[in-house]
Write a protein that binds this ligand. Structure first.
Ligand SMILES: [Zn+2]
Length: 452
């Protein structure tokens, strides 16, 4: 069977109808359609993916309960990329060549797949492909669930403040929309998180976004700018994702901007995992994505218990099947249904906890450096993914690099980081770069790459 079209109106309409139907259906109906989709995905993966065929050898994967299948990690999926994918035209070499071309951000790989890169919570780079059917489902989930209470309006100006310059899911999704719907392009803009806050403030003031989407830590910094009057925008809603947003930070942002903040839980493996309802709960889109909250041994933990990690199964995407993929996040399922009345189960997300650093310029002025900006500088400009960065006093930063890093990595990191610090007015900061064994969190095994 040929892969689905990259974009097709009838496919989008069918996905929208399906998502709407499940939104109003009972929980039993949602669970039934998810079970059917899972059975079909398992059968498809075994038939078309040599990796899953080998992994499930001896198991009747079409009949097995999900929990009895072996989980997979991002590292395994990347190491066996060519065997995981189900389209034999797709190769890692071909994809890497496409991803090297930054002018291609948001355009389809091989004319039919969205291609995104991410570094995940373990600090390992990974590449993800999504077919046209999956993209239609993601669009429908975004429009009918996440945006259900926020109907798009004429003259809307959308601003994404995030990592740019590579095929990241956020910027690539905006560019895809610009290519597919040129009439929307004037109302969609991306702002680089690497810009000094004074530049970001000025360009946002000029653009006057009506919707602002960004990361929790960036949102807090922009709220500080708004509260002291340098930033003067009036968004009618702010969307936060990518990092955990505490209740305290949420209140600070809402009071600074005088509008509602809505949170979303997503990943490059599935961009709309869960959306925040009007009652503040994150509801998982369990008709299209399955989440298993598990302990260290991949055994389910009961509702009300924070998981060690979460295993994700993407029921929408066939080109790079994801079955029980370890995301590294910690979630807690609610024990009681949410009072908003949604039939979709609610969860709380923990972790994703890199921290903003505050350093001082030579004349004592405090400058906040966002974790996403620092990790983007080191990943994109120095090509390093496994590191730990922390301040040592107010005038020094210490960067530890993995022992296995390239011999040239310390020099590249030093150059990239010092250049970034200078752009932020922090030429006075001294930087120590060392090669040593990194220290993942003792219980979670996650690498906190930026800490205070
Ligand atoms: Zn709710």
């Amino acid at each position: 069977m040929p892969p689905p079209a990259y974009f097709d109106y009838s496919q989008s309409l069918a996905a929208a109808w399906d998502v709407w139907s499940s939104t109003v259906a009972g929980r039993d109906t949602v669970e039934r359609v998810a079970r059917q989709r899972l059975g079909a995905l398992q059968a498809f993966a075994c038939a078309q993916s040599p990796f899953y065929r080998r992994l499930y050898r001896g198991l009747d994967a079409g009949e097995c309960a999900l929990a009895s299948l072996p989980p997979v990690t991002r590292t395994e999926l990347m190491a066996h990329f060519d065997e995981v994918v189900t389209d034999r035209d797709v190769t890692r070499i071909g994809l890497d060549a496409f991803l090297e071309d930054r002018a291609a951000i948001g355009t389809p790989f091989l004319g039919r797949y969205a291609a995104w890169v991410s570094s995940g919570t373990t600090g390992e780079p990974s590449a993800w492909l999504h077919d046209g059917h999956a993209l239609a489902v993601y669009d429908a989930l975004q429009l009918l669930r996440f945006r259900s209470t926020s109907v798009p309006r004429v003259g809307e100006r959308f601003a994404l403040v995030g990592a740019t310059g590579n095929h990241f899911a956020g910027v690539a999704s905006i560019e895809r929309l610009r290519h597919l719907q040129p009439w929307l392009a004037g109302g969609l803009r991306v702002f680089s998180i690497l810009e000094p806050i004074s530049v970001l403030t000025r360009t946002l003031n000029d653009y006057r976004p009506t919707l602002l989407a960004t990361y929790a830590t960036a949102c807090c910094e922009l709220a500080d700018e708004q509260a002291c009057g340098r930033l003067r925008i009036a968004p009618r809603e702010i969307w936060s994702g990518g990092e955990c947003l505490s209740d305290k930070d949420c209140s600070h942002i809402e009071s600074a901007f005088g509008c509602r903040v809505r949170n979303e839980y997503g990943a490059s493996e599935f961009p709309s995992i869960a959306w925040q309802c009007a009652h503040g709960s994150l509801h998982a889109n369990t008709d299209w994505v399955l989440l298993e909250a598990v302990d260290e041994n991949s055994r389910a933990v009961p509702p009300g218990t924070a998981s060690h990690t979460v295993l994700l199964t993407n029921l929408a995407n066939r080109v790079q099947p994801l079955l029980r993929c370890d995301l590294g996040d910690s979630i807690t399922w609610f024990e009681q249904p949410c009072s908003c009345g949604s039939r979709l189960p609610a969860l709380r997300l923990e972790g994703r906890s890199d921290e903003a650093l505050v350093l001082r310029t030579a004349n004592g002025q405090a400058v906040k450096l966002l974790p996403l900006a620092l990790t983007t500088v080191l990943e994109e400009q120095a090509g390093v993914y496994r590191f730990q960065l922390r301040p040592n006093g107010s005038g020094r930063l210490v960067l530890d690099l993995d022992l296995g890093c390239h011999t040239d990595a310390p020099r590249r990191c030093r150059r990239a980081l010092l250049r970034y610090l200078r752009s932020q007015g922090l030429a006075n900061i001294r930087l120590t770069v060392r090669r040593r064994a990194l220290q993942p969190h003792p219980s979670s095994g996650k690498l906190q790459r930026v800490s205070r």
